[in-house]
Design a protein. Structure first.
Lengths: 155, 90
């Protein structure tokens, strides 16, 4: 199940509802992404996440389907926020339930790696000098290559 | 409907939206435009904010009907074409 929302989420509540719908699961792996207070060594006052309504939900739902094809998963939860966030706030949650830990760890990593290079979100950081759009990181493309897929064709 | 009007919806996001000066517009594809690259060439020739925003393709990505595609992707009437920088979510 995927959700895109402005509001914060409760990690314990997400884990509880995921566990309830996946009674056979012996493992739940949870990744939570937070707003950093430093970027390139400079303080970050706030961050605004813009997204592409429609394509975002479609992309996240497809990633969930791809993860379910690759691993025997009992449950998947992806929650991604948008709008203006302060340092320390939660941005994204990826939680995966499976019978055993290997599938839960791998699928969780797969989902956050792919999300970072395919889900249509853009971050703008505010600092004392103004506002700037965050550049994509080559490390994120490299992280996806390990999964044997190519995302977001380049010109 | 060969020869009929070919409307498409254009969307711009993040700094592409800011440089373009607008987030969305409806355009009618000229007969000569068959793919995304052709659309970009036409938008550049048209001028205005979008021509500035689309000046450097190496900094852009494109989606047609909400799927990431390459710039040689063909276009059809009613398509939704979105231009944006490489994504930075998560």
């Amino acid at each position: 199940m995927i959700r895109v929302q402005r509001a914060d989420f409760d990690v314990a509540a997400e884990m509880a509802s995921l566990s309830a719908e996946a009674p056979g699961a012996g493992a739940v792996c949870v990744f939570v992404g937070l707003v950093r207070d430093l970027s390139r060594g400079e303080p970050v006052a706030a961050m605004t996440l813009e997204h592409y309504p429609g394509m975002t939900e479609r992309t996240l739902a497809r990633l969930e389907a791809e993860a379910r094809d690759r691993w025997p998963l009992a449950g998947v939860r992806i929650v991604h926020r948008h709008g203006r966030l302060d340092p320390g706030e939660r941005i994204v949650l990826v939680a995966v339930a499976s019978a055993h830990r290997d599938a839960a760890f791998d699928a969780c990593r797969f989902l956050i790696d792919r999300l970072k290079t395919t889900a249509p979100f853009w971050k703008a950081e505010e600092n004392p000098d103004g506002r700037r759009w965050v550049e994509a990181r080559p490390e994120d493309d490299a992280a996806v290559e390990r999964w044997g897929v190519e995302d977001s064709p380049k010109p | 409907m060969v020869g009929g009007p070919r409307p498409v919806r254009l969307l711009y996001f993040a700094w592409v939206r800011e440089k373009a000066g607008l987030g969305a517009e409806e355009v009618t594809l000229p007969a000569a435009v068959s793919d995304v690259s052709g659309l970009v060439a036409w938008l550049r020739a048209r001028g205005g904010g979008p021509s500035v925003a689309l000046a450097d393709l190496t900094r852009l990505r494109v989606a047609v009907n909400q799927e990431h595609v390459a710039f040689d992707h063909p276009l059809a009437p009613g398509d939704e074409v979105a231009f944006f920088p490489p994504v930075t979510g998560g």
